[in-house]
Write a protein that binds this ligand. Structure first.
Ligand code: PLP
Length: 411
């Protein structure tokens, strides 16, 4: 797609998703290109949380575990996530953090292949994914080895010693999309179950878990699902693997939590992959994000996301050529998630200078500027304007200001 300046207003005016922006709380003037790290707040969320606190908690107190259906919220909300990801009801629960769910999925997968000794991933995976593998290796005292290989070498490394393969479908830095069905098929040919991390996929690109014959998957609630800071994550376990023995054998995964039996007896079905008490307030906020997403045409979402990405790249090449940006996302839209990333030696300083001009992107060490594209609340005009502000920073060398050099604890 090649778009001229004059077409931009027309694109926004005819955008079938344009109505969704008003459902989010977003200050006029701000261009928020970080919905891949923390999705914007749906307007409905504040009222919902207030209601849960005042009525369900404040008035209902402990009776709300049943009266307000708190105790089954992980399953109810999991089913809403399942409908977005090509999973069946009863294959997903919303609970815990993504890191904890990675642990649960990896250990369940390993229990299916007790004779094998390698946990495999790619070296540039999101750090927590690899850290969780390394923790399992340390815990079992060397019986399992956490191995990471170059991203391009993963398929060659699949052999009969691999107990589980852990991959992220959309790469957190570059946005490169892996072919989930094909990689899963190649792994299954060697008897390897796969855990897919969908942190940058859920709510961003079409996902068909059962169509791709996926074994296990995990993902975040606070990114493209707009569930709020620290929202509960989710875990998918294909029906055929739900008898695997979970290592995190908490009471909410027990067959009868309120019988207070002395011994652990795992629940049947996806409830087995719960652990402790559901995060009720976080789940209520997550449900607001999901109810909004449930009304979105996901094919339209993807189409607009790619059009925003193409426009971003085109404007960068037109307006910021010669300033040292190197595109590290795929130019081929089909291989790109809902983000566009560039490398630049002064990436950190540029991201800080952009914040001062009310454009929020993020920086990922060592040199990546990452711009998340959220079709529900971004307009084509926002992309054009963001690139203009970036050009101004480069032209006036605003990023050279010493205030921008100090690295904050969170980037
Ligand atoms: C964001 C992200 C996580 C985050 O894990 P938390 O436990 O929620 O902090 C994990 N994996 C990937 C690939 C991510 O993008």
């Amino acid at each position: 797609m090649t778009v001229g300046f004059t077409d931009i207003a027309a694109l926004d005016a005819s955008d079938p998703l344009r109505g969704f922006r008003d459902e989010f709380q977003l200050r006029e003037g701000l261009i928020y290109l970080d919905g891949n790290s923390l999705g914007a707040a749906p307007r409905a969320t504040a009222a919902r949380i207030a209601e849960v606190v005042a009525n369900q908690w404040g008035e209902g107190l402990i009776t709300s575990w049943l009266g307000a259906e708190w105790s089954t919220a992980p399953q109810r909300i999991g089913d809403k996530i399942a409908s977005l990801l090509g999973a069946k009801p009863g294959e997903i629960v919303a609970a815990d953090s993504t890191s904890v769910n990675i642990f649960k999925a990896l250990t369940a997968a390993i229990s299916l292949r007790p004779q094998r000794s390698t946990i495999l991933s790619e070296a540039t995976n999101f750090p927590t994914d690899v850290y969780m593998m390394q923790g399992i290796e340390a815990f079992v005292g060397g019986r399992l080895r956490a191995v990471t290989v170059d991203p391009g070498a993963v398929l060659e490394r699949l052999d009969n010693d691999v107990a589980v393969l852990l991959l992220t479908q959309v790469h957190y830095k570059s946005g490169l999309v892996r072919d989930m069905a094909e990689v899963t098929r190649r792994a299954h040919a060697k008897g390897i179950p796969v855990v897919w991390d969908l942190s940058y996929s859920a709510g961003a690109i079409p996902v068909d878990l059962n169509g791709a014959n996926v074994d296990f998957a995990v993902g975040c609630g606070y990114k493209f699902l707009n569930g709020g800071p620290g929202a509960p994550a989710f875990i998918f376990v294909a029906e055929r693997h739900q008898a695997a023995t979970p290592v995190l054998s908490g009471w909410f995964g027990h067959s009868s939590p309120f019988a207070f039996e002395e011994d652990y007896r795992p629940a049947t079905g996806i409830a087995r992959f719960l652990c402790g008490t559901p995060q009720v307030l976080g789940l209520a906020a997550l449900e607001c994000g999901l109810d909004l997403m449930g009304r979105v045409d996901l094919a339209e979402l993807r189409r607009k996301s790619l059009a925003l990405g193409d426009l971003f790249i085109e404007r960068m090449e037109l307006r910021c050529a010669g300033f040292g940006f190197e595109l590290i996302s795929q130019r081929d839209a089909a291989l790109r998630g809902s983000q566009v990333s560039f490398a630049h030696p002064h990436g950190y300083e540029i991201i800080q200078a952009l914040k001062q001009r009310d454009v929020i992107g993020d920086f990922r060490a060592p040199d990546v500027l990452r711009f998340g594209l959220t079709p529900l609340y971004l307009r084509y005009a926002d992309i054009v304007e963001a690139v203009e502000r970036l050009r101004d920073i480069c032209q006036t060398r605003a990023c050279d200001s010493p205030d921008h050099r100090h690295r904050a604890a969170v980037t």
